[in-house]
Design a protein around this ligand. Sequence first.
Ligand code: SF4
Length: 322
Amino acid sequence: MGEVIETRELKVYFFLRRSLFRQRAVKAVDGVSLRIERGETLALVGESGSGKTTLGRALLRLVELRDGVVLFRGRDITGLKGKGLKSFRRSAQAIFQDPYSSISPYMNIYDIVSEPLLIHRVKEKEKREKMLFRALEQVNLLPVREILYKYPHNLSGGQRQRVSIARAMVLEPEFVVADEPVSMVDASNRAEILYLLRNLQKEKSITFLYITHDLASARHFSDRIAVMYLGTIVETGITGRVIEEPLHPYTRGLLASVPEPDPLNRKKLRPLIPGEPPSASDVPSGCPFHPRCSDFIERLCDKARPSLKELSPERSVACHLF
Ligand code: SF4
């Protein structure tokens, strides 16, 4: 299959100015190495503030990288600029969380979905319209002719998100970052949109990074899961294995917050994570999760940072218990 996207020790820091001469680093992404194979969906899960969105943006080269490498189809794209970066962006697209702010309220659907084609110089009108119709059909905005000249305010939240998806898909990208694509859509549309994305991904062998805080949707939508905490990956594995047998105490806590339909299923009852995640500008010493961990080992977890250890070809965990 081969990797479409890969990172090696990727770091993204933001700097907060404390005074004229002092600033503090917010380590939003702090040494992340991951790979996603062609046609695979990797779900990136974690609480708000874990660095998921920044990592997704870093893979698309939308934020400045502090250190590390991003490879796209084996080619280092870390230093790309100008035409090279534009050509990469044609192959890599994003679907954002908020369909209200990610598409312009002043443009009609024809212009919104055609815009990427114009930016990437698809010059013939006939070809552009063919691609535009195909993208709108793929997201089930039918009949297309009735939708084309509507404005976003004429559409429901679910339809708006389909327009965002059509806009991301119109250039037939190889890699898509879908950042909480259904969290602002009403419950009745969520499953349908995820199903649609899954079908598009399978049909076209698109490689997906699916960013979510919702492990229940990751279970249905992804092939593998990477769990992120305070800028680092703490566990990765095949989705079914991570859900059925989570290893890292943080993953176990995240799963405890997923509603269990059968209250008698005691096996699934796990302790919730206490407290809030600390700030990424003030990461605890040792294991960053130690102040919240019920399995904390005295004189080890607060001193030594665990590295991400490969337990088997498809399972890695960063915890002193393993
Ligand atoms: Fe908990 Fe220690 Fe494992 Fe960190 S390394 S998750 S504190 S047991």
